[in-house]
Design a binder for this molecule. Sequence first.
Ligand code: NDP
Length: 630
Amino acid sequence: MSPAIRNDPATGRKLFATRAAKASGKISGKGYSIIADKALTTLPPPPPGAAFNAEEQRRYREYKEARVGAADYMAMEGDFARYLEDVYSASPVPREPLEDECEILVIGAGFGALLLWYRLMQAGFTDVRFCEKGGDVGGTWYWNRYPGIACDVESYSYLPLLEEMGHIPSMKFASGFEILEYCQKMAERFGFYDRSLFHTTVEETAWDEATGRWIVRTDRGDAMRARFVVLANGILTTPRLARIKGMKTFRGDAFHTSRWNYNIDLIDKRVGIIGTGATAVQVVPEIAKVVGALYVFQRTPSSIDVRDQRETTPAEYASWPHEPNWAVNRRERHALISAGRSALQANDDFLSGKIVDWKERKKHDRKLTPKEMIEVQLSTNFRIMEQIRSRVDAIVKDPKTAAALKPYYPYGCKRPTFHDEYLPTFNLAHVHLIDCAPSGVKKINERGVVHDGVEYPLDVLIYATGFEWMGTGTFNMIRGRDGRTLREKWEAEGTRTFLGMHSRGFPNLFIMNGPQGGGGQFNFTRVSEMHANYVVWALDMMRTKNVRSIDVTREAEDEYTRHCAEMDLLSAPLRDCISYYNGEGKAQPGSLAYYGGGERWHQRRIAAQEKMAPYIIDNKLGVEPHAEHR
Ligand code: NDP
C-alpha cells in the first residue's frame, strides 16, 4: 500500500493521508476592510413618498424585458478546460485505486460534509468516506480565494460548530481565508482528513439492485461500494464562462474568479473584469488598490447594500464562551429575520440598514392574505431599493456612472450584495465602469474587450461570470434503479424530490443543499444543519429497524414537487427579474431552490418522520445488513 493509505489497527478500516500540499505561498489575502467613514456604512433614508406605483412597476418591467435572452453561458471545456485546473494545491498525492466497501460515501468536503461528519460521529456512524475534487477541505472556501473574499452572512451565524470548536471568528464578516483555515482546523480536530480522498472526482455512481450497494467510480480508478451515498457537493460548484465572440483569441492572461491565479501579477496592469455579481463586488475594490487601470464590464448592476464590517469586540470574546449554545441560538435568531421575523429583541445587529423598514412593515391591524402580504412586501422592497439607489447617488460623483450603477428590480431577486468600498471605487480616476446593458459583452479580440465600437486593451481579463445554480455535474452521473441519471430523470419529468433530500428511484441516496431542499434562507449553514440532521435521522432509523434501503413514494414526491411550484409561484413577484435564481427566466416554477417554504419544510419533515408514509423501506434485498449493524 502507498503511504497515502493505511489500516486502522482498531477497526481494520482504511484511513487516508491524501491532503495535498499548498501550491504556492502567494495564495493569501483578506476580506472586507473596516471603513472609518460612517456615511459609507449607513443607507440613506428612502425618498419621501416613495411608493411602488404603476409608473415604477412599469419601469421594473421594462428593465426586465430589455434583459430577456441576454444570458449565454458555456462550460469550461476544450481550450477553456485549463481555467478549471486546481491552482491552489500541489500535485495529487499518489495512491492506488480502491475497490473496497464503506457504509457511507459522501461526495464533497465543504461545510455540508464537515457538519455531516460531525453529526454522524455523534450518532456512532464511523465507516464514512469523503471524495473531494479539490486538494483540501473547504468546498466554496477552497475554490474561491479571490482578493476581498469574505462571507456575506455574518460569520457568528454562518460558521458551523463554533461552540464545539471553541472558536469565535475575528470579524463580523470573516474573510474567506479565515473560513478556509477554520475548515482545516475542523477537519484536523474531528479526524476528517483520515477519511478523505482528495483530488478524487466521482465520475459515476450507479445503484446495483442485486447487492443493494452504490458503485462509485472516480477519476483515480476507484470502484468503491457504499450502502449510502450523500451528495454534499454544493449548489454553485461548476464555474461557467460567458460565451463571447473572440474570447479564444485574447493574448493576455485570463482566469475565472473561482481559480484565482496569484502567479499573475496585477500591479500596475490594465485589468478588465466581466460581471458584477456578488463575487465582482468583493473583488473590484480590492484589486482597484493595485492595478494601473480597471475596466468593470457590467450587464446588470447589483444592489449594493451596507456592509458595516467590524471586528469582534473584547466583550464578545469574553462573554460568548460562557453563554451556552451562543452560536446556535444566534443562528436561530438570524433565521427568524430571514423568515421575516425579528431578532431585534436579542439586540443583534443583523441587516443593519433594513431594520427600520422591517418595523414599518410589521404594523398591520389584521392578518393579511398571502396576496396582500406580497403587495406589502413589494412596497417595502421598493423603499429599500430606493435607499439602495439613493446610496449610489450619494456616493458616486459622475452622474452617468451613478445612473448605470442603479438597479431597477425587486431587492433580492438577484443575489443582494453588501459592500462599503465598492461604490466609492468608481470615483477613482483609474477605475472605469463600462455599461454593457442589456446584452453584455459580445466581443473580445486579441488585445482586449470591444464594446460599442470601443476597444479596451487589457493585460489581464478576469471572468466573474459565476456558477451553474443547482446544476452540479454530479447529477449527470448518478444512475438510479432504472438506469437513468438524476439529470435525465429531471429533464424528462421536471425536478422532482421529496424534501429536496430524496429522489424516487435513487434509493439510499441523500441530497444535501440541492434543488428544492434549501434556498429561501440567507444562511446556507442552517440548511446544511437541517439536512445533516435529517440524514442522520434516516440512517439511525434504518439501523434501528434493520432496514436495507429507503426510497420515497410517487405520491410523496408528487405532493412535495407541487408544493415547491406553488410556493415559487406565490412568491415570484418578489423575484421578478432575470437572474440565475430563476434559471435566467426559463426555469419551471419550483424546479430550483425552495422559495418561500421556510417552516413548511419542517412541517412536512416532521409529519414524514412521525407517520413514515412517504417512505418505501425495504428489508428484502438479497444482501446481509452491514456488518456493523447486524
Ligand atoms: P453571478 O452569477 O452572480 O454573476 C455573474 C455576473 O456575470 C453577472 O453580473 C452577469 O450579469 C455577468 N455576465 C455574464 N455574462 C456577461 C456578459 N456577456 N457581459 C457582461 N456581464 C456578464 O456570479 P458570482 O460569482 O458573482 O456570484 C455567484 C454566487 O456566489 C453569488 O450569488 C453568491 O450566492 C455566491 N457568492 C457568495 C459570496 C459570499 O457569501 N461572500 C461572495 C461571492 C459569491 P447579469 O447580472 O446581467 O446576469
